[in-house]
Design a protein around this ligand. Structure first.
Ligand code: DC
Length: 243
């Protein structure tokens, strides 16, 4: 089927969108707001690719920890930022993350990586390196939903659709705690710590539509994003209509 062929082709294809704006959806917001599920679901509904930029920061962190590097040593982390080959699969039904050819999709979700990643993501050379890679992936896609903290502000400021997804901090911690083995209390403490550390790298674009997901279920959030995409970009690109 064309969709899987296209989405599996991680080299991407040159864009050929004529005069129609290319569908780039930027989804930003704090951890636990439901960005990943909503972005993945919206990408499936819109028949486009999906990019989880957080997984790239996590992949670099995993590699540094494997090498025994002190992840709070910003100078050293910056020097090593470009060393590992980090790849991501952008099929929203089967995304993956690899470091030097090894699949680390599960390994990057451990508590150890989650605890160390904010410091790594705060290093300017790390951001410069990974943002360049993210822009390249976005530029080569026919259409994409990209999630992170700075997609609408820094990575893809021209994205025609920008969403800032929030939820109140109790709801966010409850969701995270349900997905992990951590208690709600320790999840909340860890979330507050990460929110503080990630704040400098996170931002809501002036033209982003804010969605508070506290009272919404996943399908409702996906529906809002899909409707925004149709409003802003119109009918899907002809290539996607044939998928
Ligand atoms: O969304 P996440 O929890 O997987 O993100 C992992 C870390 O990477 C988190 O500390 C925030 C950071 N991050 C970032 O600084 N910029 C992004 N575009 C995505 C994630």
């Amino acid at each position: 089927m064309k969709i899987s062929a296209d989405l599996d082709d991680d080299t991407g294809e040159e864009n050929d969108t004529g005069n129609q704006p290319r569908l780039v959806v930027a989804v930003d917001g704090p951890s636990g707001a439901g960005k990943s599920s909503a972005s993945r679901g919206a990408a499936i509904a819109l028949n486009v690719r999906y990019l989880d930029t957080g997984s790239m920061y996590r992949a670099l962190t995993w590699w540094l920890l494997q090498r025994g590097v002190d992840t709070t040593d910003a100078g050293l982390v910056g020097e090593l930022a470009a060393e590992p080959v980090i790849e991501v699969g952008t099929d929203p039904r089967a995304s993956w993350t690899r470091v030097n050819g090894t699949d680390v999709s599960a390994a990057i979700r451990t508590r150890e990586v989650t605890g160390a990643v904010s410091a790594v993501a705060a290093v300017p050379r790390v951001r410069a390196h990974l943002i360049a890679q993210q822009r390249d992936i976005i530029d080569r896609a026919d259409g994409i939903v990209a999630e992170g903290r700075d997609i609408g502000t820094v990575v893809a400021p021209d994205a025609p659709v920008k969403v800032f997804l929030t939820a109140d901090s109790v709801a966010r911690a409850d969701r995270r705690s349900a997905e992990t083995s951590w208690s709600p209390t320790s999840t909340r403490a860890e979330q507050d710590r990460r929110d503080r550390l990630d704040a400098a790298q996170s931002g809501k674009a002036d033209d982003a539509v804010e969605i508070d997901s506290t009272q919404l279920d996943l399908d409702q959030v996906i529906d809002i994003i899909v409707r925004l995409a149709h409003e802003r970009v119109g009918v899907p690109h002809p290539r996607q209509q044939t998928l």
